[in-house]
Design a protein around this ligand. Structure first.
Ligand SMILES: NC(=O)c1ccc[n+]([C@@H]2O[C@H](COP(=O)([O-])OP(=O)(O)OC[C@H]3O[C@@H](n4cnc5c(N)ncnc54)[C@H](O)[C@@H]3O)[C@@H](O)[C@H]2O)c1
Length: 372
């Protein structure tokens, strides 16, 4: 695209890149996707053809070494996120990375610090921060609609892997195979933990939680076989914020319901707000509110300015939210807008995940912050 201000390279051309990232970048006049990369030659060529990208590479170093690329977007499987992110930051690129940046929050802190030392922007795929309903909910909270926020309650749940035959990426098992590994909490819990931090404007000081494996045997993508997978496919935790507020959060990918399957609720001294991000009957999301003198929840109209250009509540959620995410990152890089949903937020979210995991194994409350 002639005259684009930001040149973007996307690493990983699987499903999520095609559904969300590439539509987001290519919708924004200020960007040009100049290269895409995937180890799979067929996938990368198909993405280049579909989105009109000039270079299709199978080696990520081609993109990271190019001097004329400003932003590297990491949309590979989870295990490659951290090494690719660090390599891109070392090469002086702004980075958008899918969650998790790393499994250990201390690695995410290292990535945050490296980016800061080089003056580079970071963004994480906390998709639901960029939902119009969620953004309006945040504005209303900031304006005092809920008064003092007392309770945050949220879940992300859907049926994505309710059928054990649906292939799931392998989670490397622990040496002790009886030890359950984190999965849903990281994949599905992370976005709603992030929303709680943002809405409640406070850090958690302690958590207690439980991980469950409901579906013991499932199809593993890498092996193509039905195998024992001792992973958390459902979890719940409660937490205490520094302000005295409290929360309950749950996630699961084996529970009935449509995508993305989120509810986020804030109850306060003057009002309550409930955002429901569940695509139903062609409607992506709703926002409802109640006050002490009008306790029946009523629909709230979300202003058109919070939608991407040409967008509406009837647009499929991946492009609706991701177009806002990429545009927001472009605003931060080009206009110096204050960062949100970057590696600092990702490190905080990961620390909470690491604490809930520890709480499960120790069967007790865990204090935050964790010792480094
Ligand atoms: N934020 C969200 O709401 C959301 C939603 C869905 C998926 N995701 C995340 O997005 C990521 C991608 O998910 P997906 O479903 O597209 O997976 P996928 O397996 O379909 O695609 C990943 C692609 O990355 C490629 N790849 C891996 N390492 C590479 C490397 N070093 N160089 C080049 N290509 C490489 C693979 O060949 C594969 O095609 C995952 O981390 C997933 O958790 C996030």
């Amino acid at each position: 695209m002639a005259g684009a201000e930001l040149r973007v390279g996307v690493i990983g051309c699987g499903r999520w890149a095609g559904w969300a990232h590439l539509p987001g970048w290519t919708r924004d006049e200020r960007c040009s996707v100049v290269a895409v990369c995937d180890r799979d030659e067929g996938l990368v060529q198909a993405a280049a053809d579909k989105f009109g990208v000039p270079e299709a590479a199978t080696d990520h170093r081609r993109l990271i070494e190019r001097d004329d690329i400003d932003v590297i977007d990491v949309v590979t499987g989870d295990e490659e996120h951290f090494t690719l992110t660090m390599a891109a930051l070392e090469a002086g690129k702004h980075v958008l990375c899918e969650k998790p940046v790393a499994h250990d929050y201390r690695d995410t802190l290292r990535a945050r610090d490296l980016a800061a030392s080089k003056g580079l922007g970071t963004k994480v795929g906390f998709t639901f921060r960029y939902s119009p309903a969620i953004r309006y909910m945040k504005e209303l909270i900031n304006e005092g609609f809920v008064g003092e926020p007392y309770i945050y309650n949220a879940y992300e749940q859907n049926s994505q892997w309710i059928d054990p035959q649906t292939p799931l990426r392998q989670v490397p098992p622990a040496a002790d195979s009886d030890r359950i590994m984190v999965s849903s909490l990281e994949g599905y819990g992370a976005p709603v933990i992030d929303l709680g931090h943002w809405f409640m404007a406070s850090d958690l000081t302690s958590v207690v939680g439980v991980l469950r494996n409901f579906v013991p045997e499932r199809m593993i993508r890498e092996t193509g076989r039905m195998q024992r997978a001792n992973i958390d496919d459902g979890d719940i935790f409660i937490g205490e914020f520094a302000t005295g507020a409290i929360c309950s959060v749950q996630s699961s990918f084996v529970t009935v319901g449509n995508y993305p399957g989120i509810e986020a609720r804030v109850y306060g001294s003057k009002g309550a707000l409930i955002a429901r991000l569940v695509e139903e009957h062609g409607v992506a999301e709703t926002l409802r509110s109640a006050t002490p003198d009008a306790v029946e929840f009523e629909p709230v109209d979300v202003p058109q300015r919070l939608y991407p250009p040409g967008g509406s509540v009837h647009e499929p959620w991946p492009t609706l939210y991701y177009s806002n995410l990429t545009a927001n990152f472009v605003d931060e890089i080009l206009a110096g807008k204050e960062n949100e949903g970057g590696f600092a937020d990702a490190a905080w979210v990961q620390e909470v995940i690491n604490a809930v995991e520890r709480s499960h194994h120790e069967r007790g409350w865990v204090s935050l912050p964790l010792e480094a």
